[in-house]
Structures are given as structure tokens and as C-alpha cells.
Design a protein around this ligand. Sequence first.
Ligand code: SF4
Length: 655
Amino acid sequence: MRYAETGYNLEIDLSRGNIERVESDPKLTELHLGGLGTNAKILWDRVSPEVEPFSPDNLLMFSTGLLGGTPAPGANRTVVTTYSPQTLLMGYSMMGGFWAPELKYAGYDKVIFRGKSPNLVYLWIHNDKVEIRDASHLHGKGAVETQELIRRELKEPNAQVAAIGLAGENRVYLASIEQGRSSASRLGLGAVMGDKGIKAIAVRGTKDINLARPAEFFELCSDVLKYIKFRNENPVPNVMTILQGLGSPQEMVHFDEKWHTENFMWGNARVRKKDYWNKEVEQKWRETQETVRTRLISCYNCPIKCGAIISVPGLSTYMMKCFSKLTYTMAAFSDLDFGFRIAQRATEYGVDGFSTPQVMAFAVELKEAGILTDADFEGCPSDNEGKFYWLLDRIVRREGIGDVLANGTYWAAKQIGKGAEAYAHNNIKKHEQLPLKLGMLNPVYFLMYATGEKANITQIEGQFPQAPFMTMEEREEFVKDWIQVPDEKFKQYVLDWEPRGERSNPYYPTVDMSVDIVDWQEKMHYIDDALGVCAGLSSFPLKPPYHMHNYPRFISAATGMDMDEAGLTQVYQRNRSLIRAINVRRGLRRADEKPPEDHWKKRFPELEEKLLDAYYKFKGWNNDGIPTKEALHALGMDYISEDFEQRGITKDGKS
Ligand code: SF4
């Protein structure tokens, strides 16, 4: 019997219309757990690095995590994986909501698509019954609208539906996959779904999941729930409001946006508004939010309410996720009411709420700079908000200048030329990052930005404080109940870290400490993404309920596998190296690992090189960021070094 996982994947060949239920290899679960880890192994094994993102040979995988659908609070992530059309590297993005648990209850761990359907279709999974159904009547329908239309058509109000909107159908690189109150937004996964001709995947499952030691597992879950209650009642002191709790409920629960509006950049990372926030703005934004927010909502089996149902008069209802509340508002130099309105349209179109506003602001800036012309903007309203609606409509339809912008700022700038590249100043590995421009280099963030494979800083940062505490009393208070640290040395790092002087950025944390910190943060994210647990309860917040000390017990009780912290660390190292190896085969090298030039005003090239050197060495990678033969051997992954040799990426173990 398989525990925690079902042991079966659904393999869908869209070119042939073939559906197979395939037993998975339990050995892979031991090596990679599940979710992102096993997705990466499948991508490595089955999709050669020469395959283009829009090739029928590219795979598109929807995976539950190993703990997905079990009673573990917040174990609800769906990990979507493919080659990204935007970065051309491995692209993966997580969505919360309800879809992954439903897939497990239907009897499957993953749905793996290959080929392309000649017509628009949707997949209907109802326990053992799986059908590819015609979706021609859903052409052009909104991503939220489609979910409801399919539920009605199937007469299954409890079906969970992941769908794309017009952007995905038109292979817009910013296209998301929307589902419930969540979405897989980053890296153009919705474009690959559209390219394969899949409008949606509907799933309804009523089976059980087996647990190896259920009583022990429930006790662990109960401890997590108690801790969540404790943390909610005892916010972390001396840090900004948004870092005090768990999940990301601050966006929909709270109204205080001083930190985001004054520290993130407005426009396309154009300007900081240092004194934007005041009582009047707060009152106005509070009224706006209270008027449109009808109810706070959670993902499956989670007591935190990060999302909200938004009902703007005259528009259909949608779910607001996380930070999208501000991205459109700030990109357009507008206010919250506009943000809520345009986010409704953008959600129906199915676009990434981080990249899309930046792309539109980029276009406006290019027009102001005379790089784009009146001809490019023919028919565009003159008012600021009108421009954004107009651009959004053009982008998702790939009409006129929208066709160029639909590929994101990196590719659009290349195509436009005439100096447009200088305005695409917010990318790493061809992908839009948070619109932040700061003063002093932060060594930990430098490493996370430069080397992260997830291509999204908010999904790399985590349990270590983002900034030093002002006083020793605050530091001591923070470390005294810091049970999550994998090693006591991290407490000392915090105690010694000061806002100014010798022990401050950029030389403190030191190079070695920075590497340690980043490794810990990455470890938690990689484990979450293999287990299918929301980062909001684990890798992302300070002092979360899941950490390195209780995760092994969760895994052991759920699956019956012997797991301890050393074993879990090795799984992480395996998954981290595998994803790096996939991207190395796709051409990723040290030269690509750099934050935007102007991310910090004060840069330290020599220190940055040292940070990268030390990080690579720590990981067992060579100076070009390629995992070494020895390190791969220690992880039982000789097949990777052999492949590198065959392809000429390394010669006698050297690049
Ligand atoms: S913490 Fe928030 S985003 Fe995470 S599972 Fe809970 S409700 Fe969803």
C-alpha cells in the first residue's frame, strides 16, 4: 500500500487523445518526496533540453505534494511545471486553493500532459472516469467564468477547476492559470497550457488517502493548529506589521499599506513615494477595501484567511490574491479603487498580477520617452487609467503593440530596440521581479535574487529577518523562543547584526553567514514545494508552525518512511541540484545570475563575486554554477554528471 501519495499519475497525450493511469515509482518518492521534486525528475528524464516551450514534446505537469490532501494544515499546493516561454528555463509556480487535494481524492498524484490538442478541450477527472471534452464553446471566456460554466455543465458544484483565460489561449507569456482563490501566475505557465489547447482541468474526487501512522500524524497536525492559534494571538514583535503573522492575510485583512506604498516603486519601478501614506489615504483605502471586500476566505484546510471575495459594483465577483491589490494601483500611479477594478478584468483574462502591471507601465514610459509612438497607441484613451485598460486588452489579444508587450519587458525591449532595454530594468533571467530599488546592497538578498531558480524573490525569502533589529533588547527578545532555527548559530547572527557600523550590510552578515542563511531559506522552500505545503505556514514567515524539526516527523508518520533532519536535508540538496542541472542543460550559467543593475544604488562588485563563489562552493557547484561530479555522486546522481559529459557541458568533470 502507498501512504500519503496515491501512487498513480494520469498521463494525457493530447495529440492522440490518449489517457493512461500509470503507477509511479515509489523509489522516486524516497529520493525526491513529490510535488516539485518528482516533477523535476520527470522533466529531466523525459524532456530533452533542446525542446522548445511550445513544442508538443514539452510536458505540462500539475502535481500535488507528498502531504497534499492529508490533514496537515495548509497542505494544498498544486505545483505546475514546464519549460517557461519567458525564461526558457524550467518554470514552476504553485497555486493554493482546493485543486490538489481534490486530485488526490480522485486517486492521482499528478496530471502530466504531452502533445497538443488540435481543438480547445478541457479535462474532466471524476475518480476513475477521465475524459477529454470539447471546450470550443469556452473560447475567449474568462478564467473565473470558465470555472463556473464547467461546474454547471458537469452538474458538479463541488468540482475544482483550474482554467486559463484569453491570455493563455493567446500564448501571452504573462498568462496565469486560475483556480479558486489562487493561481499559478509566474513564468508563463498559462501560455503553455493554452498552447497545448487545454482550457481547463476539472476534478472531483471522493476517495481516501492512506496514512501510515494516523494517530501520530493527527497529533502533529493538532500541534501545528495550536501553534497557529498561538502565533495569531502573539504576533512577532518589533517587525513591520506584514511580517508579524503567518500567511499573507495582511493584504486583505489590514489596511495599513505604508510600507509597500513607500518602499516599492511606482510605475515600472520608476519612482519611490517616500511620504505617500497619511491618515487621509489610509481612510480612503480602508473605505474602498471595506466596500468591495465581501468575505475573507482560506485555501483548503487552513485556518488563516489570506484571500477575499471582491465584489465591485457592476463587475462580476472575483477572489483577490495576495499582493495584486497594490500592483496595478502602483504601476498606474492610481488608487486602490482602480486596483480592485482592473484586477477583476485581469483575473478573468488570466494574467500574472506581478508582471502585467509592470509591462503596461513600461509601455507608458516608452511612449513618454518617444520610443513608442502615437501609431503604437492609436485609439488609446488619454487618461492614465484608460491607458492601462486599453493596454491590458491589447496584450491579452496580442493586438498591435500588445503582441510585442505580451512577451514581457525583456523580450519586448529587445524587439522594440531604440533604447527600450534601459526601461526593462527590473528583470532577472528575463523575468519581471518586484519593483524595488534600494540603497545599500544586502548580501543575503543579493544571493537569493542572483541564484534563485524560482525566479520570484517572495518565494525564496523566508524565516531569517529581512533587516537587523534596532536594539540588543529586541534581538534578544526575537531569538529567545526561536525554535525554528536549524542551528543555534543563526541566533548569534541575529544578535550580532546591527543597523549601522561594522556589523551591518553589506559586510555583515559575512559571506559565509549569508550563504548559510540563504541555504536554510532555500531548503524550507524546496521542502514545502515537494510536500505541497503553503509557504505561508512554513518557508515564508518568521517563526512559522512548520520547520526543520517537525517536518521529518510529519513525513515519517504520513508515509512510513524513515526520515530525519539529515535525510530531509539530502532530499532538498537532491532537488536543488536537479533543478539547477535542468537549467544548466538549458544554458544557465554564472553570467545569468545577477540582480537588476539598479536594484541597489550601492553595489560592491568584488564582494558580490565572493558571495557567488562561496555560494557555489557550499552547494558543491563549480565556479560557473554547475554541480560537480563529486557533489552529484554524493547525492546518488551520477546520471547527471554523465549527461553533462555526454553533452560536452563538462569534460572530465570540469566545465
Ligand atoms: S496561509 Fe493563506 S495562502 Fe497559505 S494555505 Fe492558508 S489561506 Fe492559503
